[in-house]
Write a protein that binds this ligand. Sequence first.
Ligand code: TRP
Length: 385
Amino acid sequence: MAPQPTVTDGSCVVPEWYPSGWRLVRAGRGPGSSGASTDRPSAKLALMTEAAATTARSSNLPDKPRIFSGIQPTGRPHLGNDLGAIRNYVALSEKYEAIYCIVDYHALTHVHNPEVLRRQTLEMAAALIALGLDPDKCSLFVQSDRPEVTELCWLFNTVTPVGWLQRTPTYKEKRANQPEDVNHGLLTYPVLQAADIVLYKASLVPIGRDQAPHLELSREIVRAFNARYGETFPEPQAVYTEAPVVLGTDGVKKMSKSIGNTIEILAEPDVIRKQVMSMVTDTQRILRSDPGRPEVCNVCQMHRHFGADYREIWEGERTARTGCVDTKKLLAERIIAHYAPARETYRALMADPLRLRRILDEGAERIRPIAQATMTEVRERMGLR
Ligand code: TRP
């Protein structure tokens, strides 16, 4: 598989044949420039337009690059979800035409309780809005409200060699994690993900690094489709967030609901206090008078996101002027204050499920014409009518 360029700044990459002429160039990498390796994550990317190069290509493409991302309906998001993904979704939706999807079909590969799935889907939707996604500025919808994607997934199944799916590292992991439930959905999961993205002809996909294998597979599937049936879809491109991996309260593993090391930003203040106070700090700092190592202390690291004075906080730790408990108390209060407005909005939305449902229905309705136009084109290209 060819390495993908990394896009870290909301710039975009679209194929050369993209009719509107959007092209990606690397800033400072023009002829004669001697910039650093383009493979480095920091390689600066810039967007520019070029004269349109249209041939016998799909005419059914958006005017400007469209972004798409899917998020699992895991219920109320935690700090890692916000810093790692949701903040970036909000920022990108200001700049691009963005479509965000709560992937309940995907969740069925591991959530088998209907009540849990329904509740967690609504919780995630309410939280995304509360954390700043404006449903008027982007399309926010629930995957199963636009079922065309299941048809496209089936059609993509017929261009996808089984070996690609069996070799996908995430499939191997999931098989190991739930050996008693290796359902076919786990195998075909990345095909549905490819269908998600390109049903809307999206070319940019903000994701975490853990999703890189899925995105690479999406690109392979699109290439296989385009090779067999003609240029129909742009190859989707990953947009990796610049946010560092957020460690959980254990200070060791990535923050994750399944591990139980989360800080639940929309929970009651007392829950947040308890979670923050349980955080593991610098394990080598045993006595209050021992100097700390803020560069390895997860609590100090988190202060970066909640105030411009984190250097002073670091200094306090380094010199043992402050203790871990002080620093944790301060962090808890800052997190509580920072998310207070979001917590209010979240509570109001959860108390009015009809309103929430209406917002999600509108999101799904708005993108219906895009999905239908793609399916008409795809059916025709494949000989279904
Ligand atoms: N697999 C993604 C995850 O687990 C969710 C997802 C589904 C997704 N469809 C997508 C992400 C399309 C990006 C684009 O987080």
